[in-house]
Design a binder for this molecule. Structure first.
Ligand code: HEM
Ligand code: HEM
Length: 224
């Protein structure tokens, strides 16, 4: 007879969380101020000022995140964003979870959600394009034949779409799953559901190898 138990493990390093929340705050302010810049000429000057300030915060957070991608050997490194063969079954299970609006079970995973791994990589590239175009376009609107303000404006809605979908997704994971994923991005700890022999039923000892959790797309039951 197996009883599920929760294992709490430190997963998200402080520097990754700092980069995440810096980026999240900056992107939300950038989206709001960009909308104001476009639609409300009366506050355009103030919106432009806050857009530039949030732009500076985004560039700092992104620099920190890129530095971690290159130097970190744990979950903040670029290797953690490369899907493995096990990630494919996790991706399919995640799609099933979204399509059924949380009716199908939420699969387990180690650090980055398997379906979102490639999306996070694309997001980092889009944010780099927005930062570079935003930084240079006032002084040098045309670079190598590309009109930077147009490029800046075309990439912006993709980041808006990501932000909308990401917030809905993480709220769904937290609300429909049992593992408090959003807290993980605040305090660094993720919870893992592990099956272990029931205490008092023929055994007094139960062990779970933490290494068994370190596959990129861990699913409930994999520890048996
Ligand atoms: C404000 C509400 C937000 C909450 C509650 C939130 C929460 C989370 C959580 C729980 C994860 C881990 C998901 C996983 O297991 O894969 C995550 C990851 C991530 N989030 Fe957010 N997020 C928010 C906003 C944003 C915004 C606005 C952005 C950028 C546009 C963003 C970018 C990311 C990225 C890139 C990751 C992957 C972690 C990394 O490798 O840096 N998040 N977020
Ligand atoms: C998530 C990131 C960003 C988004 C979604 C975004 C979005 C936009 C949009 C949609 C506009 C055009 C507004 C209009 O139609 O008038 C715009 C303008 C502009 N953006 Fe961004 N942007 C981002 C990041 C940045 C960054 C990092 C910088 C600076 C380093 C920047 C600097 C500018 C500048 C200088 C303008 C011209 C308008 C002005 O402020 O006077 N943006 N942005």
């Amino acid at each position: 007879m197996e009883q599920p138990a929760l294992q709490r493990k430190y997963i998200w390093p402080g520097m990754l969380r700092l980069a995440h929340w810096g980026m999240a705050l900056a992107v939300i302010v950038l989206l709001v101020t960009a909308w104001l810049l476009h639609w409300t000429p009366t506050v355009a000057t103030a919106a432009s000022d806050y857009h530039q300030i949030a732009g500076a915060l985004l560039m700092l957070s992104l620099l920190l995140r890129f530095w971690l991608l290159l130097t970190d050997r744990t979950v903040a490194g670029w290797q953690a964003l490369v899907p493995s063969r096990q990630s494919v079954s996790g991706m399919v299970a995640m799609l099933r979870f979204y399509v059924t609006l949380g009716g199908a079970p939420l699969p387990g995973w180690y650090a980055h959600n398997p379906l979102w791994m490639p999306i996070y990589t694309v997001l980092f590239l889009l944010l780099a394009v927005l930062s570079l175009t935003g930084f240079f376009m006032t002084e040098h609107p045309v670079v190598l034949g590309v009109y930077l303000p147009s490029l800046h404006r075309s990439v912006a809605p993709l980041v808006g779409l990501f932000t909308f979908a990401h917030i809905i997704a993480v709220v769904m994971h937290d609300a429909r799953g049992k593992l408090a994923d959003v807290s993980g991005m605040l305090n660094g700890f993720r919870l893992f559901e592990i099956k272990q022999p029931e205490i008092g039923k023929g055994t007094t000892e139960h062990r779970v190898s933490l290494d068994s959790l370190k596959v990129k797309s861990w699913r409930p039951g994999d520890d048996e």
